[in-house]
Design a protein around this ligand. Structure first.
Ligand SMILES: Cc1ncc(COP(=O)(O)O)c(C=O)c1O
Length: 419
């Protein structure tokens, strides 16, 4: 719960005293779910007293099955964070040292860091090497703020092994051209669906509607407390595997389960047949995520309703409301408004604060962060211009199902007064 404190700088003193509208709804969600949660926790504790185990138990298995059915994927493996899911995806594909993985420049840093963090696998010697996988940063689409397929094409090299399609802010990346590019160049497609639970994409070729995390080879979900659904207070995540993986699928299913559990394939606690880290999900997180999955579609629908009201309020102003690409269902993990200039961004932010509305920090351009800019970790930067413009001008507006009518109206009022 302490993480809510990192969302947004403290609000400036409001001109009239009105209760602060938090940037994120995680605190309120916890408050609303407390009674149900207490009961779940009591049950898990009781079982754990008998079994001696709080992790990878029946609720974790039930969550995996529920996600599998909801997303219509071949497998779902619960882990302890979205970052672990990303690292597992990069690592378990056994890419050789020197492989490049294309990522958008506009994302949360863990998309790229997970690439650097993952072992490369030398098929000749069978050895694992750190530092062998290189993120390659490319630009985003100027309207959806998701990875731009044309920029991915420009960045291809003989070392490109995979790309990560980040479904940024809750809208899926343009998967059809990305998958075609991947098929043409024999690349893996990893979906970073950390922000996109419940988002969908209608494939323009087949007209089939896919959930985020079900179109690429692997999907990576964060289930931390601030996400559209997530564990309360602790980190959690989930890795999906799809039929695109073909004959690798059974092997990867088993490997991923071993990987999250220190490389154990069997039941013996201290026999480690393969490699892996501590990335198990606990039963409390699983129980809570499982309960929330039932509400996901209705919560996303509520986010969309609120988003539509904000966009209507912005009509006729010089600010740009989020663009929803045809055939896509935006899950509105974030509602971000693009200001026409930096001055206009600051003006809107100060008006929001003055109205008692918390303003969250917004994402930065990852290759501009010291970790990459100062060469602490290897990367290759191709294009970042549009990512820079977007990072400079976006303003985050609170948008979550727990907002009250008075609060939505207060936010609409500020947005409608934008120049
Ligand atoms: C786009 C993106 N990728 C990866 C992650 C990492 O997920 P986690 O915080 O669960 O490790 C996040 C978390 O917010 C994210 O937004």
């Amino acid at each position: 719960m302490s993480r809510s404190a990192s969302y947004g700088s403290a609000a400036a003193a409001p001109s009239e005293v009105r209760p602060l509208i938090p940037a994120q709804g995680n605190g309120r969600r916890l408050q609303q779910r407390l009674t149900a949660l207490q009961q779940e926790v009591a049950e898990v504790v009781e079982e754990a007293v008998e079994s001696g185990s709080h992790t990878n138990g029946p609720r974790v298995r039930a969550l995996e099955e529920a996600f599998k059915a909801y997303l219509q994927v071949a497998d779902a493996i619960a882990v302890n964070s979205g970052s672990s899911a990303l690292r597992a995806a990069c690592e378990l594909l056994r890419l050789p040292p020197g492989s490049e993985i294309i990522v958008p420049a506009y994302t949360f840093i863990m998309t790229a860091y997970s690439v650097n963090d993952a072992f490369a696998f030398d098929p000749q010697s069978g050895t694992l090497t750190k530092g062998g996988l290189i993120p390659v940063f490319v630009d985003i689409d100027p309207q959806t703020y998701t990875i731009d397929p044309a920029s991915v094409r420009e960045a291809l090299s003989e070392r490109t092994a995979a790309l990560i399609a980040v479904h940024m802010l809750g809208q899926m990346a343009d998967m059809r051209p990305l998958l075609e590019l991947a098929d043409e160049h024999r690349l893996f497609v990893i979906e970073d669906a950390a922000q996109a639970h419940g988002a969908t994409y209608c494939d323009p070729r087949t007209h089939h509607i896919y959930y985020a995390g079900s179109m690429g080879d692997c999907g990576c979900f964060s289930l931390s407390d601030v996400k559209n659904i997530g564990s309360m207070g602790s980190d959690a995540g989930l890795l999906t595997l799809t039929t695109r993986l073909g004959s690798r699928l059974p092997f990867l299913s088993a490997e991923a389960r071993a990987w999250r559990n220190t490389g154990r394939l069997g039941r013996h606690r201290y026999e480690h047949q393969t490699w892996g880290i501590r990335a198990r999900m606990d039963e409390y997180s699983a129980a809570e995520c499982l309960a929330q999955l039932r509400y996901l579609d209705s919560w996303v629908a509520r986010r969309q309703q609120i988003a539509a009201r904000y966009s209507a309020a912005l009509a006729g102003t010089s600010f740009t409301a989020p663009y929803i690409a045809p055939g896509r269902r935006h899950a509105f993990f974030n509602y971000m408004v693009k200001a026409p200039t930096l001055e206009a961004r600051h003006l809107l932010e100060s008006r929001l604060r003055a109205a008692g509305i918390q303003v969250a920090d917004t994402y930065s351009v990852v290759p501009d962060q010291p970790l990459y800019r100062q060469g602490q970790l290897p990367c290759r930067v191709v294009t970042t211009e549009r990512a820079r413009e977007v990072a400079r001008l976006l303003v985050a507006i609170p948008c979550y199902p727990e907002l009250r009518e008075e609060e939505i109206a207060r936010i609409e009022e500020v947005l409608s007064r934008c120049p």
